[in-house]
Write a protein that binds this ligand. Structure first.
Ligand code: IMP
Ligand code: MG
Length: 178
């Protein structure tokens, strides 16, 4: 598995620091609000688990699942695979994503959730890859802005593999070029 990693982009230590910093910011911003943290399956689960423990204000959590990827290319068509269990009416939604790439997934998700009478909707993404942006969307909280490389680990996959790597690494092109 490790031989398919070209470089480590974000170390375990840096990831910990990023979660701590974002958690502090979110804790400050959501004091006294009705925070509903919504994680996007499956890529965001590892980040969600770490970030959640750095959020010190009251909140509830839920999960949604969408998919738009096949290999290293987005198909441009977002599929809803699992909806919220909790009714977000009157809640302050914070969407937690692994990576904001073309933006197609998050703009689709925000527009769907917008119709559910939430009090507010904000986005927290671990990684921002602005080079490929196609949709007009910006995250409110960004862990780290990264160059245009296909990354894996810490929840992020290539064809469902590598999610269990404890760091964010750049996938060796030899893996998808063969
Ligand atoms: P977007 O709709 O193009 O913004 O893509 C968002 C989704 O694509 C993310 O939630 C990831 O699951 C996936 N994705 C985008 N870039 C990468 C990458 O570099 N590695 C792994 N998954 C990625
Ligand atoms: Mg994803």
């Amino acid at each position: 598995m490790e031989k398919d990693v070209k470089d480590i982009l974000i170390s375990e230590q840096e990831l910990k620091q990023i979660c701590k910093q974002l958690g502090e910011q979110i804790t400050r911003d959501y004091q006294g609000k009705k925070l509903l943290v919504v994680s996007v399956l499956k890529g965001a689960v590892v980040f969600m688990a770490d970030l959640l423990r750095e959020i010190k204000c009251e909140c509830i959590i839920d999960f949604i699942a969408v998919s738009s990827y096949s290999g290293t290319k987005t198909t441009g068509v977002v599929k809803f695979k699992k909806d919220l269990d909790i009714d977000p009416d009157g809640m302050d939604i914070l969407i937690v994503e692994d990576i904001l790439d073309s933006g197609v997934t998050l703009s689709y998700l925000s527009s769907v959730l917008m119709g559910r009478n939430a009090n507010s909707i904000k986005i927290c993404t671990l990684l921002d890859k602005p080079a490929n942006r196609r949709a007009d969307i910006k995250a409110d909280y960004v862990g780290k802005t990264i160059p245009d490389e296909f990354v894996i680990g810490y929840g992020l996959d290539y064809n469902e593999k590598y999610r269990n790597l404890p760091y964010v690494g750049i996938l060796s092109p030899s893996v998808y070029e063969k």
